[in-house]
Design a protein around this ligand. Structure first.
Ligand code: EPZ
Length: 440
């Protein structure tokens, strides 16, 4: 176990390169299990979610080999098991992703409830309803599901509400189903299109025919592919917020304007500086930031994964900002820590006329003790802290708060950040951050 020790106050300056997308990489590994021949993935990031998924694939008998320079090979050769263990299933959101390849081989998949960041109940009802539409028989047990089908059959499914993961697993499952599948009200996250591109390189027939409609023509088999994972736009936002909050100037290599529309619009509103370049985007501080309000939404809206980082930035903006989280029902855990750093922030529930339409989570998962918005007053000088990190983005947010705080902070729970960021502290140090790691 390790902790970060951070001395705040240094403006971040220089160039940093993005790694492969956390919310794409591990999904491509699982889709590659459809082939007995090895697929080669380039630009994957050495993060917990990828390493965990690789361990699960090996546990099932599959092959994963890590090469140099972020290249790995993966195949479904020797896949012999169709049961994911509880432990492995709890470590990430990956379990339902395995259903398609396992059903294709064995007509059966046994999966535990997926884990991942504790930012809400995160049920998989939309995944399971989708699989039923492809003819899967689902037996529910207290801690796992048995999913059975001789072969999945193409069908029609409209998601009741947006789901990134649900869209992914339906595309993967329908890729080798018998016949055509039409998916409506699908997610538009660019990582979904990365998955589609990879499956089509394996010989799949998946097309996004409308912004929120995907048609999958099932094929009997998929072949290996050689593919480069997209860069991580959540990392781009992390470094951009770090540049602006520390009054610095950072060039983010491989950041792409087309994936960051809602974020760049918010940066313009608060008076942050940025310059688009064919190699990436430069983010720089150009004077006192102005308070502004944001509402998180599924892509192409302002991403929920940016909300914590943005909240930290708003502690340095002049005036009152509102941050309204509509995707996950319980994603403000980091606020308690922020209050201990003297931030002027309070949680509340805004009046919402049509919660069913506004909130992406199932309303029955909401709890009276959950808040869906924060009111932030700035600019405020933050004080150093000693805290426990609880999840990937809350961790990145507390690191950012510590980089701007007066004094030395200690953050335990480095492993949570490593689930989503490769060598974040090393890359921050290259930009002039005073951040060190220490064994506990
Ligand atoms: C993916 O999570 C990402 N994770 C999340 O990133 C990201 O925040 C989210 O999509 C939204 O873009 C990965 O890709 C591994 P959803 P996912 O299904 O697929 C509810 C990060 O920080 N819902 O779009 O789990 C759900 O609980 C992580 O990198 C149901 O109720 O997100 C949530 O409130 C965090 N039933 C909302 O919908 C379902 O069957 C959106 O979930 C499915 C989802």
């Amino acid at each position: 176990m390790e902790k970060f020790i951070i001395d705040g106050g240094n403006p971040l300056k220089g160039e940093v390169s993005l790694c492969g997308a956390k919310n794409s990489g591990f999904k491509l590994l699982i889709a590659a299990l459809y082939s007995n021949e090895p697929s080669t993935l380039h630009n994957f990031s050495k993060i917990g979610d990828v390493l965990t998924t690789a361990a699960v694939i090996k546990e099932l008998g599959g092959q994963v080999s890590f090469g140099e320079n972020h290249v790995l090979q993966v195949s479904g050769k020797n896949l012999t098991k169709q049961n994911l263990s509880q432990e492995s299933g709890q470590l990430s959101r990956a379990s339902t992703y395995f259903v398609g390849p396992l059903i294709h081989r064995f007509g059966k998949a046994v999966i535990p409830n997926p884990g991942g960041c504790q930012i809400g109940r995160r049920p998989i009802d939309r995944h399971l309803e989708g699989l039923k539409a492809l003819g899967a028989q689902i037996k529910e047990f207290p801690d796992h599901y048995e999913i059975l089908a001789k072969r999945l059959k193409g069908g029609y499914f409209a998601f009741p509400k947006n789901t990134h993961g649900g869209t992914d697993i339906m595309i993967i499952s329908a890729a080798c189903a018998e016949g055509k599948t039409i998916l409506e009200n699908v997610a538009q996250e660019p990582e979904v299109d990365d998955l589609i591109a990879f499956l089509n390189q394996m010989g799949g027939k998946v097309s996004r025919v409308e912004p929120r409609t995907i048609v999958v023509r099932g094929v009997d088999e998929l072949k290996p592919a050689d593919y480069t994972v997209m860069y991580d736009r959540n990392e781009a936002v992390t470094f951009a917020c770090a540049a602006l909050a520390t009054k610095g100037d950072v060039f983010v290599l491989h950041a792409e304007e087309k994936y960051l529309g809602a974020f760049l619009e918010a940066v313009r509103k608060v008076g942050g500086g940025y310059q688009i370049d064919r190699r990436g985007i430069r983010f720089y501080y150009q004077g006192q930031l102005r308070a502004t309000d944001i509402v998180t939404q599924p892509y192409p809206g302002f991403m929920t994964d940016w909300m914590g980082l943005w909240s930290i930035l708003m502690t340095q903006a002049k005036g009152e900002s509102i941050v309204h989280e509509t995707v996950f029902e319980n994603r403000f855990a980091f606020v308690n820590e922020l209050k201990k750093m003297e931030a002027k922030i309070e949680l509340f529930n805004p009046r919402v006329d049509n919660p069913e339409a506004i909130y992406n989570f199932n309303l029955e998962d909401d709890q009276p003790q959950y808040f869906h918005a924060a009111r932030i007053i700035g600019p405020t000088e933050l004080e150093a802290t000693t805290e426990e990190i609880t999840d990937v983005r809350a961790g990145a947010s507390l690191i950012l708060a510590s980089l701007i705080a007066k004094g030395k902070s200690e953050l335990l729970g480095v492993e949570h950040v490593e689930r989503g960021y490769e060598n974040l502290d090393g890359r921050l140090r290259l930009l002039g951050a005073k951040i060190a790691r220490k064994k506990l």
